[in-house]
Design a protein around this ligand. Structure first.
Ligand code: ATP
Length: 235
């Protein structure tokens, strides 16, 4: 479904992605593990069209997509839920969700159906639909950020550190929701520092260090790997 071939990305003279190749099949839930600064957000921004690729190819459903405009990538089905939520805090929950469907405005019936599905997945968002996004708790804001991304009807949903800064109980809920979204047919690419929880719900994973993929494997292979255990999972 999504194929990256030897991708290089620079910020000025600093090379943030080095020869990154990966492949995501439809229906997978793939986790990218990596410490702060490893390049996970850079990878997601690149797939969203926010970073320019200096060499290599990105193919989505067999079409070359690197350096395509971000809104076209959203229309094609590649949607990111960015680290730090980036909500419109003065706008209501409903208005934030509506913004997520901006690229699908002409498809009113489908958008309404998507909104109903999101309210079913996150009943709290329905309850709070008229409240300002900024008044929600951290966990509710993260649910809203994911709900807004779902409004674009992603074929592949990229979630950047969805559990960041949330209380442990809410983190568990968050991972359950991600699993639910995946079960309903959305392919998911997840960047997480919470390696154990993320790998537990994944089919496969990649490990990034200093802008490079240094390891890849199935959930079991990564769980059994001593280096992964030591660096990312702990005892
Ligand atoms: P985090 O979880 O902390 O965001 P990350 O794995 O997502 O970590 P990136 O944010 O992709 O890492 O950063 C990769 C490298 O690129 C880091 O060394 C970072 O300092 C650098 N970097 C990120 N954004 C920029 C930018 N806009 N300009 C210059 N360097 C950047």
């Amino acid at each position: 479904m999504l194929k990256l071939q030897h991708i290089d990305v620079f910020y000025g003279r600093f090379q943030a992605l080095k020869n990154v190749s990966m492949e995501i099949e439809q229906g997978e839930l793939v986790t990218i593990l990596g410490a702060n600064g490893a390049g996970k957000s850079t990878l997601f921004h690149t797939l969203s069209g926010l970073n320019k690729v200096s060499s290599g190819d990105i193919l989505f459903e067999d079409r070359k997509i690197h350096n395509m405009a971000p809104y076209k990538l959203v229309r094609a089905g590649i949607v990111q839920c960015a680290e730090g939520r980036k909500l419109f805090s003065e706008m209501s929950v409903f208005e934030n969700l509506k913004m997520g469907s901006y690229t699908r405005r002409s498809d009113k019936k489908a958008v309404q159906k998507q909104l109903d599905d999101i309210y079913a997945l996150f009943p709290i968002l329905f309850e709070k639909r008229k409240d300002a996004a900024g008044s929600l708790s951290g966990g509710q804001q993260q649910m809203l950020a994911i709900g807004r991304a779902l409004m674009a009807k992603p074929k592949i949903l990229m979630l950047d550190e969805p559990s960041l800064g949330l209380a442990p109980l809410i983190v568990d809920q968050m991972f359950k929701v991600i699993q639910e979204i995946h079960k309903h047919g959305t392919t998911v690419l997840l960047a997480e520092q919470n390696a154990h929880a993320a790998l537990s719900i994944s089919t496969r994973g990649y490990v990034m260090e200093n802008g490079q993929i240094v390891m890849q494997g199935t959930k079991k292979e990564l769980f059994d790997n001593d280096e992964v255990k030591r660096a990312y999972i702990g005892a």
